[in-house]
Design a protein around this ligand. Structure first.
Ligand code: GLA
Length: 681
C-alpha cells in the first residue's frame, strides 16, 4: 500500500501553515490584487477557496463557469500561496432545491428546510449525490495539475440530518446491513416494550416527532446511521478527488467534540484532520476546553499533526452577545493550537464580508482595512510563525490517555435516564481540567485503542461499553496500568440494553467494587464526602450505592442514607490499580483524586509549580508556556532555554504578562546557574 499524503505533504517546504478562508467571489477583481499583496506581507501560505461557490461555479445545472476561479488560483500560484480547494457542496444553489425539492432536508416534525441560508441538503438524497459528484468531478478535472491546490476541503462542517422518506429508506437499508433480519432488529431495539414490534421493514421510520419518549435503541441506531450516511457522502466526494489527484491530501473540517459526527470513524477516512474552533472569549473554561479539543484532534489524527482550519481573530457574530478578543488573544489561541500539535493555524476568514449573514464576523482584514490594530497583529503573528517552522511535525508525547466514544455519548444523553445532568463532554472536561492545570499531556483515544503505552488511563464516562473494550480495560490494569473510571459507566451494551447484575457489570472485577443503585442527588446542596482518614470535600449531582469488594475505600459519603458508604474506591488488580468514582467530585476534590492517580502512575506534569492560569505543554523539545490568566507571573525553569518567540535566553525563569507565550527550547551547552555542568569536577 502506498502511503497517503498528509500534513507533511503540506508543510514540507512551507513550514507552518498560516492563512484563512478566502472568498474572492464576494469582491471585485481589483480587490484580489490587494489581497495577494497583503497576504504575502502577512506570511499567508494557505487559503481555503470555494467553500460556498457552487452557485458561481455552476449557475445553472450542467453549465459551468470556472473562469473566475482560474484567475484566483493563478493569482495564488503566482504569489506562492497554496490553496485548500473546497468542493462547494455544503451550500447547494437555489436551483437544486427549486427543481428538486426532495434534496432539501426535512426535520423531525416533517418540515422541509428551505434554501436562503446554507447546509440545505439531505445526506441520503440521490439527486444531491449525483449533482454534488458532478461538480466535484468537474472541479477536480479542471484543477488536477494546477500548481495552487495543495489540499482538498470536502464540504464544510458536516452535520446535516434529514428525516425524509428517502432518508427513511436509506435507514432501512443500513439496518438490514446491521441486523440482517427483522427478528434481530426487534431484539436489538427491545420492541416488546410499548408494543413496538415491527412486522415489515417498511414500517420502520427515522425517529420522527412522536407523542412521548422514543425507543432508545432506535435513536442510538439513528445517530449511527446519520453519521454513516454523511460519511458515505464524504467518501464518495473524496474518492472522486483521490482518483484524479492522488497526491493531494483530503480533509473536511470538524467542529470539535461535535455530537452528530463519529470522529473516530470519520478521521480514519481523511488524510488530514482539521478543525474549526471558536473559544468563547468570556468563558473561564475556554482555555481548558480548547486544550481538550486540540488534544481530541491530535487523537483523531493518530498523534500526527493536524490543521486548525478556522478560528477567529476577534469576536464572532453567531453567539447572542459576541465578546471581542483583547489584543494578543488570538495569537495566544493560535500558539496554543501549535503547542498541542497543529501544524497550521488558519482563520475564518481573510477579508470581512460586506454582505450576507456574517457581515459582523471577525476577519484577518477587518472592514476598517489593513491599517488597523487587528491586521497589524495578524501580520506580526504570520511573520513570527515563519520562525517556528522547526516545531512542524513534532509530536506531543503523553503518558496519560482519556477514553472517549461517540456511541457512548449518543447512548448516554437520551431521554428517560436517572438524571439528564450527566453529560459526556462535561464529564470529559471535568476530568481533563486537573490534568491540564498540572501541565500533564493527555491523548484522547477511542475505547478500542491500544492502551499499553500509557501509565494512566482516565475514563470519565463510558456509559456504553462493548465486552471486548471492557476486557481490554481490565487487561490494561492487570498488566500494570492505572485506570480511573467515572460514574454511570459500563451501564449498557452496544444495543443500549442495561447490563444486569451489580454495576458496572463488565468492570466489576477489576474495580473490586460494585453498585446496586444510581442515586441522583438533590441539586440545591452539595453531596458531603470525606477522604478516608482525611478532610471532607464536596461532590454534586450524582451518587451511587456502592460496596467495596476487595477495593480500598478512598473516600466515603458522610451524610444521609449513604453515610459511611464508599464514594471513591481504589483496587490493586494484577500489576495495576483501578479507581472507581461513584459521584461527581467538586473541582478541588477531583484535582486531589487526579493527583493521587498520577502518583500511582508515576506521572508528573511538564513543569512543577505552575502558576494558576498558565498552561504548560511540550511539543518535541519545545516547552510552551501560555498565560491565560489576568496577572503577570514568574515561572521558574529547571534549565536555561532559548525562547523561540522573543529570541532571548531565559536563565532560571520567564516572566509572562497576561496572554504572553514562551516557546522554550533547552539551550545547548548552557548549564543552569548553580547546577554543576556535567563533566565539571
Ligand atoms: C464555521 C463555518 C464558516 C463560518 C464560520 C463563522 O466555522 O465553517 O463558514 O460560518 O463558522 O464562525
Amino acid at each position: 500500500m502506498t502511503a497517503r499524503p498528509g500534513m507533511h505533504t503540506l508543510t514540507e517546504g512551507r513550514g507552518l501553515l498560516f492563512g484563512g478562508d478566502y472568498n474572492p467571489e464576494q469582491w471585485p477583481e481589483e480587490v484580489w490584487a490587494e489581497d495577494a499583496r497583503l497576504m504575502r506581507a502577512a506570511g499567508v501560505n494557505l487559503v481555503t477557496v470555494g467553500v460556498f461557490s457552487w452557485a458561481r461555479l455552476e449557475p445553472e445545472p450542467g453549465v459551468y463557469d470556472f473562469g473566475w476561479l482560474d484567475r484566483v488560483l493563478d493569482l495564488m500560484a503566482d504569489n506562492e500561496i497554496a490553496v485548500d480547494l473546497a468542493t462547494p457542496t455544503a451550500s447547494p444553489p437555489p436551483w437544486l432545491g427549486h427543481r428538486w425539492p426532495e434534496t432539501l432536508p426535512v426535520d423531525e416534525a416533517g418540515h422541509r428546510l428551505w434554501y436562503g441560508s446554507r447546509n440545505q441538503f439531505c445526506p441520503s438524497s440521490s439527486v444531491y449525490r449525483q449533482r454534488a459528484l458532478e461538480i466535484v468531478t468537474a472541479l477536480a478535472d479542471r484543477y488536477a495539475g494546477h500548481p495552487a491546490p495543495a489540499l482538498w476541503h470536502v464540504g464544510n462542517e458536516y452535520g446535516q440530518v434529514c428525516h425524509c422518506d428517502e432518508s427513511a429508506a436509506a435507514f432501512r437499508t443500513w439496518l438490514r446491513d446491521r441486523y440482517g433480519d427483522l427478528g434481530t432488529l426487534n431484539d436489538a431495539w427491545g420492541t416488546t416494550f410499548w408494543s413496538q414490534h415491527y412486522g415489515d421493514w417498511a414500517e420502520i421510520l427515522p425517529p420522527r416527532r412522536a407523542p412521548y419518549i422514543i425507543n432508545p435503541g432506535q435513536r442510538l441506531d439513528w445517530w449511527r446511521f446519520c453519521s454513516d450516511a454523511l460519511l458515505d457522502h464524504f467518501r464518495a466526494e473524496r474518492d472522486v478527488l483521490r482518483e484524479r489527484t492522488p497526491g493531494t491530501p483530503v480533509t473536511t473540517n470538524f467542529m470539535g467534540l461535535f455530537k452528530p459526527i463519529d470522529g473516530w470513524a470519520w478521521a480514519a477516512e481523511e488524510d488530514v484532520v482539521s478543525n474549526d474552533w471558536y473559544p468563547e472569549p468570556g468563558s473561564p473554561l475556554a482555555p481548558a476546553l480548547t486544550a481538550l479539543t486540540h488534544d481530541v484532534m491530535r487523537g483523531l489524527a493518530g498523534g500526527r499533526p493536524w490543521l486548525l482550519m478556522e478560528q477567529a481573530t476577534n469576536g464572532v457574530n453567531w453567539r447572542p452577545h459576541n465578546l471581542p478578543k483583547p489584543p494578543g488573544q488570538f495569537r495566544l489561541e493560535s500558539l496554543q493550537a501549535l503547542a498541542r500539535g497543529a501544524d497550521g493555524l488558519c482563520y475564518f476568514q481573510w477579508r470581512a464580508s460586506r454582505f450576507g449573514a456574517e457581515r459582523f464576523h471577525a476577519a484577518m482584514v477587518p472592514h476598517a482595512g489593513a491599517e488597523t490594530r487587528l491586521h497589524a497583529e495578524v501580520r506580526a503573528h504570520g511573520q513570527e510563525l515563519r520562525g517556528l517552522g522547526s516545531v512542524a511535525g513534532a509530536p506531543v508525547p503523553a503518558k496519560v490517555a482519556m477514553v472517549f466514544d461517540w456511541a457512548s455519548w449518543w447512548a448516554l444523553e437520551e431521554r428517560g435516564r436517572p438524571s439528564d445532568r450527566l453529560n459526556a463532554t462535561e464529564q470529559l472536561l471535568d476530568y481533563y481540567v486537573p490534568l491540564w492545570e498540572r501541565g500533564v499531556s493527555v491523548d484522547v483515544v477511542p475505547p478500542s485503542a491500544d492502551l499499553s503505552a500509557y501509565a494512566l488511563v482516565v475514563v470519565p464516562n463510558l456509559f456504553l461499553v462493548g465486552d471486548r473494550d471492557a476486557a481490554a480495560l481490565t487487561a490494561y490494569v492487570r498488566g500494570g496500568g492505572v485506570l480511573v473510571v467515572g460514574p454511570f459507566s459500563g451501564v449498557v451494551d452496544p444495543r443500549a440494553h442495561v447490563r444486569t447484575g451489580r454495576f458496572p457489570a463488565p468492570l466489576r472485577e477489576v474495580l473490586g467494587a460494585s453498585g446496586e443503585e444510581w442515586l441522583p442527588a438533590p441539586l440545591d446542596r452539595p453531596v458531603r464526602c470525606r477522604w478516608s482518614g482525611g478532610d471532607g470535600f464536596d461532590a454534586h449531582t450524582w451518587t451511587e450505592l456502592l460496596a467495596a469488594e476487595g477495593a480500598e475505600v478512598v473516600a466515603e459519603f458522610t451524610e444521609g442514607d449513604l453515610a459511611g458508604r464508599p464514594a471513591v474506591t481504589r483496587h490493586r488488580s494484577g500489576e495495576g490499580v483501578a479507581w472507581y468514582v461513584g459521584t461527581m467530585p467538586a473541582p478541588a476534590a477531583l484535582s486531589e483524586l487526579t493527583g493521587r492517580a498520577l502518583a500511582d502512575a508515576g506521572v508528573e506534569g511538564a513543569l512543577p509549580g505552575l502558576p494558576p492560569g498558565v498552561e504548560a505543554v511540550r511539543r518535541g523539545d519545545v516547552l510552551f508556556l501560555l498565560n491565560h490568566g489576568t496577572a503577570t507571573v514568574r515561572v521558574p525553569l529547571p534549565h536555561e532555554a532559548d525562547d523561540l518567540l522573543t529570541g532571548s535566553l531565559a536563565t532560571d525563569h520567564v516572566t509572562l504578562t497576561p496572554r504572553a507565550v514562551a516557546a522554550l527550547r533547552p539551550h545547548p551547552g548552557r548549564p543552569h546557574p548553580g547546577r554543576p555542568h556535567p563533566g565539571a569536577s
